[in-house]
Write a protein that binds this ligand. Structure first.
Ligand code: AKG
Length: 312
């Protein structure tokens, strides 16, 4: 992360990293999205981001790891893009992004959750701004003061401190009129709550002027701090879909999601990738913590084996 990038991240709360993915990686990931994406979720009145009469998105994958897929799901089974393997595993510690994460979060950061947003002009996202810096999101904010305080941003004594950093890999080009990621640049340092009349916008025409729509080309990654007020601008391009993969990282002692990864569930992980999937602790992937979680994983495997044996 060079000085210009540090300056821009500090004042804006986000950064676009050009060519984070090669063309071959974009193609491999896109082909796997085509093969694996779950169908669109039904419209739900309970979700403030969803508008009736429209489809939510043309495909889904991963999750924010706060819910199980069904009642019988065992612990550590939340849906993840890592289930798809190969290039999705490579993204965990891809060399074009890893140095930024180390600078913004510190050594031994961990992957907390991941998901995908596929949208087209029929999708029903509304802009729902959330986050907003220094706990200033307001009592109704998804990640505001009720978040346990992990959505923070600071720069102190020559170091960045971020509670949750998102990397949004764009598989298709996004021009500002298309929609997609947008934020109130600089709001990660806000001392006042985000005005509530700016939180929701149904169309791009309704967007408040202060909302900055971020353009990117296929293969670029947008890195943003969750402390910056941000959200999803309704997708209005008829030419192409939005296809964004989100990998979200925390310091090693912090968790946003209550559901941790079990690295035994994924194929071909390097030691570094296993460390990045570790559950949170003040000690990070040290020998004693690694041993504790190795045992917990072995116990889960044994329990699953015994249940299968009992079932049949
Ligand atoms: O659509 C986007 O890029 C924003 C997604 C978002 O708000 C989030 O992941 O917290």
């Amino acid at each position: 992360m060079n000085d210009q990038e540090k300056y821009l991240f500090d004042i804006h709360g986000y950064l676009v990293v050009k060519n984070a993915l090669t063309e071959a990686q974009v193609k491999a990931l896109s082909d796997m999205v085509d093969a694996n994406a779950r169908p669109a979720a039904p419209v739900s009145k309970a979700n403030p981001m969803m508008k009736e009469g429209k489809k939510r998105a043309s495909g889904r994958g991963g999750s924010d790891r706060t819910r199980f897929r069904n009642e019988d799901d065992p612990a550590w089974s939340a849906s993840s893009l890592l289930d798809w393997g190969g290039p999705f595993i490579d993204l965990i510690d891809i060399p074009t992004i890893a140095p930024y994460l180390e600078e913004l979060i510190g050594a031994h950061y961990r992957l907390d959750h991941d998901y995908m947003l596929v949208a087209n002009a029929e999708s029903n996202h509304q802009l729902f701004l959330h986050g907003g810096g220094q706990g200033a999101g307001g009592p109704n904010d998804l990640v505001g003061p009720t978040d346990g305080g992990q959505c923070y941003y600071r720069y102190n004594n020559g170091k960045f401190y971020n509670g949750l950093v998102a990397v949004a890999f764009e598989l298709n080009t996004v021009t500002p009129g298309d929609g997609g990621f947008a934020c109130v640049a600089g709001s990660h340092k806000a001392n006042f709550p985000l005005p509530k009349e700016w939180k929701m916008s149904e169309t791009q025409a309704d967007l408040p002027d202060c909302v900055h729509r971020v353009a990117a080309e296929a293969g670029d990654a947008i890195i943003f701090t969750e402390a910056c007020a941000h959200g999803t601008v309704p997708w209005e391009s008829d030419e192409r879909e939005r296809r964004t993969l989100f990998y979200k990282y925390c310091p090693h002692a912090v968790a946003w999601s209550p559901c941790y990864y079990n690295s035994d569930h994924y194929e071909g992980l390097s030691e570094n990738q296993r460390n990045i999937l570790m559950p949170p602790s003040a000690f990070g992937p040290s020998e004693p913590t690694t041993e504790i979680w190795r045992r917990a994983q072995a116990e889960q495997a044994e329990l699953m084996r015994l249940r299968e044996e009992q079932a049949g």
